[in-house]
Design a protein around this ligand. Structure first.
Ligand SMILES: *[C@@H]1O[C@H](CO)[C@@H](O)[C@H](O)[C@H]1NC(C)=O
Ligand SMILES: [Cu+2]
Length: 164
Protein backbone atom coordinates (compact mmCIF):
# COMPACT_ATOMS: atom_id res chain seq x y z
CA UNK A 1 0.00 0.00 0.00
CA UNK A 2 2.74 2.44 0.96
CA UNK A 3 4.37 1.77 -2.40
CA UNK A 4 1.22 2.79 -4.22
CA UNK A 5 1.00 6.11 -2.37
CA UNK A 6 3.11 8.15 -4.82
CA UNK A 7 0.98 6.76 -7.64
CA UNK A 8 -2.22 7.78 -5.89
CA UNK A 9 -0.90 11.25 -5.16
CA UNK A 10 0.19 11.66 -8.78
CA UNK A 11 -3.25 10.70 -10.07
CA UNK A 12 -4.97 13.00 -7.58
CA UNK A 13 -2.83 16.10 -7.90
CA UNK A 14 -1.31 16.14 -11.36
CA UNK A 15 -4.46 17.40 -13.13
CA UNK A 16 -4.73 20.26 -10.61
CA UNK A 17 -1.11 21.23 -11.05
CA UNK A 18 -1.40 21.09 -14.82
CA UNK A 19 -4.45 23.37 -14.69
CA UNK A 20 -2.92 26.14 -12.55
CA UNK A 21 -3.25 29.44 -14.41
CA UNK A 22 -1.16 32.61 -14.34
CA UNK A 23 -3.27 35.75 -14.55
CA UNK A 24 -1.58 39.01 -15.57
CA UNK A 25 -3.75 41.57 -13.79
CA UNK A 26 -4.97 44.16 -16.34
CA UNK A 27 -3.26 42.24 -19.19
CA UNK A 28 -1.14 44.72 -21.23
CA UNK A 29 -2.25 47.70 -19.12
CA UNK A 30 -0.94 46.05 -15.99
CA UNK A 31 -1.63 47.40 -12.50
CA UNK A 32 -2.54 51.06 -12.92
CA UNK A 33 -5.16 53.77 -12.41
CA UNK A 34 -8.25 54.29 -14.59
CA UNK A 35 -8.64 50.63 -15.45
CA UNK A 36 -11.79 48.62 -14.77
CA UNK A 37 -10.51 45.68 -12.70
CA UNK A 38 -14.07 44.54 -12.02
CA UNK A 39 -14.58 44.02 -15.73
CA UNK A 40 -11.19 42.34 -16.00
CA UNK A 41 -11.99 39.86 -13.21
CA UNK A 42 -15.49 39.12 -14.45
CA UNK A 43 -15.96 35.66 -15.93
CA UNK A 44 -12.58 34.41 -14.73
CA UNK A 45 -12.56 31.25 -12.60
CA UNK A 46 -9.84 31.94 -10.07
CA UNK A 47 -8.83 28.71 -8.33
CA UNK A 48 -6.52 27.78 -5.48
CA UNK A 49 -3.06 27.31 -7.00
CA UNK A 50 -3.52 30.01 -9.66
CA UNK A 51 -1.17 33.00 -9.64
CA UNK A 52 -1.88 36.73 -9.96
CA UNK A 53 0.88 38.82 -11.53
CA UNK A 54 0.85 42.57 -10.91
CA UNK A 55 3.04 44.47 -13.40
CA UNK A 56 3.77 48.20 -13.00
CA UNK A 57 6.71 50.63 -13.05
CA UNK A 58 8.46 50.19 -9.71
CA UNK A 59 7.98 53.19 -7.41
CA UNK A 60 4.75 54.32 -9.10
CA UNK A 61 2.34 51.81 -7.55
CA UNK A 62 2.25 49.00 -5.04
CA UNK A 63 0.07 46.04 -4.10
CA UNK A 64 -1.50 45.74 -0.66
CA UNK A 65 -3.69 42.84 0.38
CA UNK A 66 -6.56 44.17 2.47
CA UNK A 67 -9.88 43.03 3.89
CA UNK A 68 -13.31 43.79 2.47
CA UNK A 69 -13.94 46.93 4.51
CA UNK A 70 -10.49 48.39 3.81
CA UNK A 71 -11.17 47.66 0.13
CA UNK A 72 -14.45 49.61 0.21
CA UNK A 73 -12.91 52.61 1.95
CA UNK A 74 -9.45 52.35 0.33
CA UNK A 75 -7.86 52.22 3.80
CA UNK A 76 -4.10 52.40 3.48
CA UNK A 77 -2.99 50.02 6.22
CA UNK A 78 -2.78 46.57 4.68
CA UNK A 79 -3.43 43.39 6.62
CA UNK A 80 -0.39 41.56 5.27
CA UNK A 81 2.35 43.95 4.19
CA UNK A 82 2.90 45.68 0.88
CA UNK A 83 4.50 44.38 -2.28
CA UNK A 84 6.35 46.92 -4.44
CA UNK A 85 8.70 45.05 -6.79
CA UNK A 86 6.83 46.07 -9.95
CA UNK A 87 6.40 42.39 -10.80
CA UNK A 88 4.54 40.99 -7.82
CA UNK A 89 3.35 37.40 -7.98
CA UNK A 90 0.70 36.13 -5.63
CA UNK A 91 -0.21 32.45 -5.65
CA UNK A 92 -3.78 32.02 -4.44
CA UNK A 93 -3.40 29.68 -1.49
CA UNK A 94 -6.89 29.61 0.00
CA UNK A 95 -10.45 29.86 -1.31
CA UNK A 96 -12.65 32.89 -0.62
CA UNK A 97 -12.74 36.58 -1.47
CA UNK A 98 -9.43 38.43 -1.89
CA UNK A 99 -8.97 42.17 -2.08
CA UNK A 100 -5.96 44.13 -3.37
CA UNK A 101 -5.42 47.89 -3.58
CA UNK A 102 -2.67 50.37 -4.41
CA UNK A 103 -1.89 52.63 -1.45
CA UNK A 104 -0.28 55.47 -3.49
CA UNK A 105 -2.08 58.85 -3.18
CA UNK A 106 -5.66 58.60 -4.42
CA UNK A 107 -4.97 55.72 -6.78
CA UNK A 108 -7.50 53.47 -5.06
CA UNK A 109 -10.18 55.99 -4.06
CA UNK A 110 -10.15 58.13 -7.23
CA UNK A 111 -8.21 56.07 -9.76
CA UNK A 112 -10.09 52.84 -9.04
CA UNK A 113 -6.85 50.89 -8.60
CA UNK A 114 -8.45 48.06 -6.65
CA UNK A 115 -9.09 44.42 -7.43
CA UNK A 116 -11.54 42.05 -5.84
CA UNK A 117 -11.60 38.38 -6.79
CA UNK A 118 -13.32 35.26 -5.56
CA UNK A 119 -11.18 32.11 -5.37
CA UNK A 120 -12.70 28.61 -5.57
CA UNK A 121 -11.05 25.48 -4.31
CA UNK A 122 -10.34 22.39 -6.38
CA UNK A 123 -13.64 20.66 -5.70
CA UNK A 124 -15.34 23.60 -7.42
CA UNK A 125 -13.26 23.35 -10.59
CA UNK A 126 -15.33 23.74 -13.78
CA UNK A 127 -14.98 20.09 -14.79
CA UNK A 128 -16.63 18.98 -11.57
CA UNK A 129 -19.40 21.56 -11.27
CA UNK A 130 -22.86 20.01 -11.43
CA UNK A 131 -24.35 23.10 -13.15
CA UNK A 132 -23.38 23.86 -16.75
CA UNK A 133 -20.74 26.55 -17.18
CA UNK A 134 -22.23 29.62 -18.90
CA UNK A 135 -19.03 30.26 -20.86
CA UNK A 136 -19.26 27.19 -23.07
CA UNK A 137 -16.10 27.91 -25.00
CA UNK A 138 -13.85 28.26 -21.98
CA UNK A 139 -15.55 25.22 -20.41
CA UNK A 140 -14.77 23.09 -23.47
CA UNK A 141 -11.18 24.26 -23.33
CA UNK A 142 -10.99 23.40 -19.62
CA UNK A 143 -12.40 19.94 -20.25
CA UNK A 144 -9.78 19.37 -22.92
CA UNK A 145 -7.11 20.54 -20.49
CA UNK A 146 -8.54 18.19 -17.87
CA UNK A 147 -8.43 15.29 -20.31
CA UNK A 148 -4.85 16.07 -21.25
CA UNK A 149 -3.85 16.41 -17.60
CA UNK A 150 -5.44 13.08 -16.70
CA UNK A 151 -3.71 11.48 -19.70
CA UNK A 152 -0.35 12.89 -18.59
CA UNK A 153 -1.12 11.81 -15.03
CA UNK A 154 -1.75 8.25 -16.25
CA UNK A 155 1.57 8.20 -18.12
CA UNK A 156 3.36 9.53 -15.06
CA UNK A 157 1.63 6.96 -12.85
CA UNK A 158 2.61 4.09 -15.19
CA UNK A 159 6.15 5.36 -15.07
CA UNK A 160 6.11 5.18 -11.27
CA UNK A 161 4.78 1.64 -11.42
CA UNK A 162 7.63 0.61 -13.75
CA UNK A 163 10.16 2.24 -11.40
CA UNK A 164 8.69 0.33 -8.46
C1 LIG B 1 -9.76 45.47 8.08
O1 LIG B 1 -8.50 46.09 7.87
C2 LIG B 1 -8.36 47.32 8.56
C3 LIG B 1 -7.06 47.94 8.11
O2 LIG B 1 -5.99 47.04 8.19
C4 LIG B 1 -8.45 47.06 10.07
O3 LIG B 1 -8.31 48.28 10.77
C5 LIG B 1 -9.78 46.42 10.38
O4 LIG B 1 -9.82 46.06 11.74
C6 LIG B 1 -9.98 45.16 9.54
N1 LIG B 1 -11.34 44.65 9.72
C7 LIG B 1 -11.59 43.39 9.98
C8 LIG B 1 -13.03 43.02 10.10
O5 LIG B 1 -10.71 42.56 10.09
CU1 LIG C 1 -1.08 53.10 -7.74
Amino acid sequence: MAQKLPLLLAILFLPAIALATDYVVGEDKGWTIDFDYNAWAEGKDFMVGDTLIFNYPRGQHNVAKVNGSAFQSCTKEPNNGIMDSGNDKITLATPGNKWYICTFGQHCAVGGQKLKISVSDMSMSPGMQPTPNPTAQSSARTNMANGLAIFLGAIFASFLVILN
